[in-house]
Design a protein around this ligand. Structure first.
Ligand SMILES: Cc1ncc(COP(=O)(O)O)c(C=O)c1O
Length: 425
């Protein structure tokens, strides 16, 4: 805690002239300078420009759901917004009934028992909660292990909290665990935090429940805490049900899990997320949040309760919609010769750039698809160096437009190949 100094300065001297005004310099904090330029900035700028010029770009860039939330949920929001009692500051950690609904969902879906008072907190979207949890746990000299390629906030929430990051290859879960153990054995000081995210964004890697049993064992052995980002909890395909970290025995002793209503419920703009699990970690997050925010608009919280209580069938149907889109996109890309592993869950296809185009950076390749093919995708390098050579394609456009996207990609690449072979002859 810094000292408070009560100064009693002399009267302000207005007799001398102020120095010549110079261009005033804004000097931001180091933590801002530690952030790299936004990797998707170039893509987004061109996407925006193309749309302004009237092009119908097929957008597989962001994982921003395009389907609407359930009508009952929107009606509840409207009704709750009409009630003047809902317009004041709400509870920073979320209404008790909302946190109870989270407990009910965990009980119903994962057979996990949670205590609404101490083991659940509501966040302004899971990204806010995750970032502030990192701020609550990490500081100078602390290290977190994160999966690589990485969803940017998994890296930068730690950096913003002045911590350090060790990145480990996410593709093979067994190798990932071996490397977690090896890092703990060789790194001094030992990592304080393990951040995991399954189904993973961007790589679509998935795991089976045993993975989390091993995570808990390692956490206890080496003394690290765990954050599981479970953003794609509700989107599993072909009968695969993404497992909850909290269903591993002892998980609550070592960590927490973040869930969100952005994806499965199509409520991304509403900013409703949750953190559940270890009570001490949740208390620390609550302390930070108590300083930083006043919680979600109460009408949103009330509608979110209705969504979780009454619309689970719609969530399951939405997963089927993503499954059909996955099939449309994967089948189409395979037909034009791309090697794709169909994802078992999540909202993304993680596609290897075909051999012929690997001489280009994925950023340049993605820019070419956008500029010449009117298709926006995320270059893998936006998720760190391990993403180079891949593209992330989100499943937010409908099947027909995804098929159209494949045709446009195919046409664009054929044309570019023809151009480059004619210029080299
Ligand atoms: C892995 C992952 N975590 C968190 C989020 C953020 O979710 P929210 O909308 O709840 O902040 C996303 C959104 O794209 C995500 O992909």
């Amino acid at each position: 805690m810094s000292d408070q100094i009560n100064l009693d300065g002399p009267a302000i001297d207005q007799s001398t002239e102020d120095p010549q005004p110079e261009p005033f310099q804004i000097r931001v904090a180091n933590r801002v300078d530690r952030l790299p330029p936004y990797m998707f900035g170039r893509i987004n700028a061109m996407l925006y420009q193309k749309r302004r010029d009237g092009s119908d770009v097929i957008d597989m860039g962001m994982g921003n759901p395009s389907d609407p939330p359930q009508t009952d949920v929107v009606e509840k929001l409207t009704e709750a917004a009409q009630d003047e009692r809902n317009h004041g500051y709400s509870k920073s950690n979320g209404l008790l009934n909302l946190r109870r609904e989270v407990c009910n969902k965990y009980q119903r879906k994962y057979d996990v028992e949670l205590e609404a008072d101490h083991e659940v907190i509501a966040c302004l979207g899971s990204k806010e909660g995750f970032s502030h949890m990192c701020l609550a746990l990490m500081g100078p000299g602390d290290t977190a292990i994160i999966p690589s390629p990485y969803f940017p906030i998994h890296m930068y929430a730690v950096i913003l909290a002045s911590g350090n990051v060790v990145t480990l290859d996410v593709f093979d879960p067994e190798k990932f665990l071996r490397n977690v153990e090896y890092t703990c054995q060789t790194f001094t000081p030992r990592p304080k935090l393990l951040i995991i995210n399954y189904p993973h964004n961007p790589s679509a890697a998935t795991i089976e429940p045993d993975f989390f049993v091993e995570v808990v064992r390692l956490a206890k052995k080496y003394g690290f805490m765990v954050i599981h980002d479970f953003a794609y909890a509700d989107i599993g395909f072909d009968g695969y049900q993404p497992p909850s970290f909290l269903s591993a025995p002892g998980a609550k002793d070592v960590g927490v899990e973040f869930t969100t209503m952005s994806k499965g419920y199509n409520m991304a703009g509403w900013r409703v997320g949750f953190c559940a699990g270890n009570a001490d970690m949740i208390r620390a997050l609550g302390t930070i949040k108590g300083y930083y925010d006043y919680g979600m608009f109460q009408a949103v919280q009330i509608a979110a309760i209705v969504a979780m209580r009454d619309t689970e069938d719609a969530v399951a149907e939405q997963a089927l919609v993503y499954q059909s889109r996955r099939d449309a996109l994967v089948d189409g890309l395979r037909r034009i010769g791309w090697e794709i592993d169909p994802p078992k869950a999540g909202m993304f296809v993680w596609a290897k750039v075909p051999e012929q185009w690997r001489h280009m950076s994925t950023m340049d390749f993605a820019m070419m698809l956008l500029e010449k093919g009117d298709v926006a995708v995320s270059p893998g390098s936006g998720f760190g160096p391990a993403g180079e050579g891949y593209l992330r394609m989100s499943l937010v456009e409908n099947e027909q437009r995804l098929r159209q996207a494949v045709r446009q990609i195919s046409r664009c690449l054929d044309k570019q190949s023809a151009l480059s072979s004619s210029s080299s002859t």
